[in-house]
Write a protein that binds this ligand. Structure first.
Ligand code: SAM
Length: 468
């Protein structure tokens, strides 16, 4: 084996540990780095052989070689970034302090060595991060700073943060806002957050709600700034946009694909019901993409930051009706409207709903904001009722007559207004609203019941100032 003379190579072996007690979860100190320096290949291979015998490779989820002294082995930049961030993050967990070093900045070799030593000292950290709770901590200070800067937080603002985790973003928010209300489901995170915030002397500005953000009743806030758990993106965005609380903006770090769907316009392949519903009440603005390497542990997907701002004026529409209408249209978003409303099952459902409306009386606007959870429950109930109705409705029953006359009625509206060959995936909200209004005028409704208003939520929502 050749000797490298004065040249030396460092090897950083990273062992990804799985938690024996909690299968499926991984440790925060998932990367346990060991650091060796070699001056020739034979000593390098001797250590590798030793590691192989002791750890049987199987226990390595991954291993990496980092050239510390010379760039003898060229490794992709991405791996280098990942390692540096791992080390920074381990240190931040232990110290409960974020290191404000730009991870993308070039570091001198000696600095790398120092970070590695820090990481070695950090092996005792014992926090498990649950993928099921979306616990991917944002560790890139540049991204964290940008998120805070673009949110334009005033010193008088109360900021709502969903999922503060260990507080990388929270600390920055507390430094500029009057108050931060953080909603966190994981008690262990809450403990770490409290300790870390106290160490910064910012605890008086922080209120923590320990619980599920989807179930929590949010207090008044001016804006939301959050790296949210991706698993609850859709209901959470709807809850915030259509919630009872007036807000100035929502700065959200979302899964890239989800952000693309929110940003999609009519005709885009990602255009979907969520975009349609959110855009009824708010404007969505793209801010930046965030690499998966900026998180720990590294998720499988990239992310994007978007800002959602409430529209100054939103159309006056009954949201129950709108919600059910978009559900019908976007169940087959690429079919023509004529084809969607030709479906026997769909039309039978509309007949049933119109009968229910007759039973429940005049269709009124009683809710002052859109209660998303109640609507979802009702949708589920309606689906169940639909199934039992289908089972009890014989195809040769008297409803066949109703069916053809109802189909005729819908067709007339579609034809007369040029909607017959249009597809929901290509229609902007103005056209969808127009179609819904025309169908309602013709006595065709999409939601069978009125829900009682919620007396607790008297305030008019920011996102929803129309009548419904
Ligand atoms: C993506 S991490 C963000 C952590 C931190 N904000 C950061 O940027 O490093 C999501 C956080 O949301 C929390 N979380 C998950 N589900 C939640 C829920 N339903 N309600 C509130 N918090 C939740 C997780 O425990 C985790 O701390």
């Amino acid at each position: 084996m050749g000797n490298w003379g004065t040249q030396k190579i460092g090897i950083l072996v990273c062992i990804k540990r799985r938690s024996p007690e909690k299968p499926g979860s991984i440790r925060a100190n998932t990367v346990s780095p060991s650091h060796f320096v070699f001056s020739d290949w034979s000593s390098l291979f001797r250590v590798l052989a030793l590691l192989y015998c002791q750890l049987r490779w199987k226990s390595f989820a991954f291993s990496m070689i980092v050239p510390l002294k010379n760039q003898l082995l060229s490794i992709p930049k991405s791996i280098r970034f990942y390692l540096i961030q791992s080390i920074l993050h381990l240190n931040s967990l232990r110290e409960l302090r974020t290191i404000t070093v730009h991870p993308h900045a070039r570091r001198r070799n000696s600095e790398d060595g120092k970070k590695i030593r820090n990481a070695e000292n950090d092996m005792e950290g014992n926090l498990y991060l649950y993928k099921s709770k979306g616990q991917h901590l944002l560790t890139n200070p540049r991204v964290l700073d940008t998120i805070v800067r673009i949110s334009q937080i005033k010193s008088t603002d109360t900021v709502l943060e969903i999922g503060p985790g260990t507080g990388n973003l929270t600390i920055r928010l507390l430094e500029v806002a009057k108050k931060v209300v953080a909603v966190e489901i994981d008690k262990r995170m809450v403990e770490i957050l409290c300790k870390r915030v106290s160490e910064h002397g910012l605890h008086e500005k922080l209120d923590i709600l320990c619980g599920d953000a989807l179930k929590a009743k949010f207090p008044q806030f001016d804006l939301v700034v959050a790296n949210i758990p991706y698993g609850i993106s859709s209901p959470l965005v709807t809850k915030l946009v259509y919630g009872a609380n007036p807000f100035r903006s929502l700065t959200l770090l979302l899964q890239k694909e989800f952000a693309r769907r929110l940003l999609a316009n009519p005709g885009d392949s990602e255009y979907n019901r969520l975009a349609v519903n959110v855009k009824l009440a708010a404007k969505v603005e793209f801010v930046m993409d965030v690499s998966k390497r900026d998180f720990l542990p590294c998720p499988k997907v990239d992310s994007s930051v978007v800002i959602i701002r409430p529209k100054a004026e939103i159309p006056s529409v009954n949201l129950d009706e709108w919600w059910a209408f978009t559900r019908t249209c976007f169940s087959n978003k690429n079919k023509t409207l004529a084809a969607i409303f030709k479906q026997k099952k769909k039309v039978m459902e509309l007949i049933r709903l119109s009968k229910m409306r007759g039973f429940h009386g005049e269709y009124g606007i009683t809710s002052r904001y859109y209660d998303f959870a109640a609507a979802e429950e009702e949708e589920e109930e309606e689906e169940e009722e639909e199934t039992s109705h289908e089972q009890s409705c014989h195809p040769c029953s008297g409803s066949e007559k109703d069916l053809s006359s109802y189909k005729e009625r819908i067709n007339k509206v579609l034809k007369a207004n040029g909607f017959e060959s249009k597809r929901p995936s290509k229609l902007p909200n103005e056209e969808l609203l127009n179609l819904l209004s025309l169908l309602n005028q013709a006595g065709i409704y999409f939601h069978g019941r009125t829900r009682p208003g919620n007396a607790e939520n008297e305030a008019l929502p920011a996102a929803v100032t129309g009548e419904f």
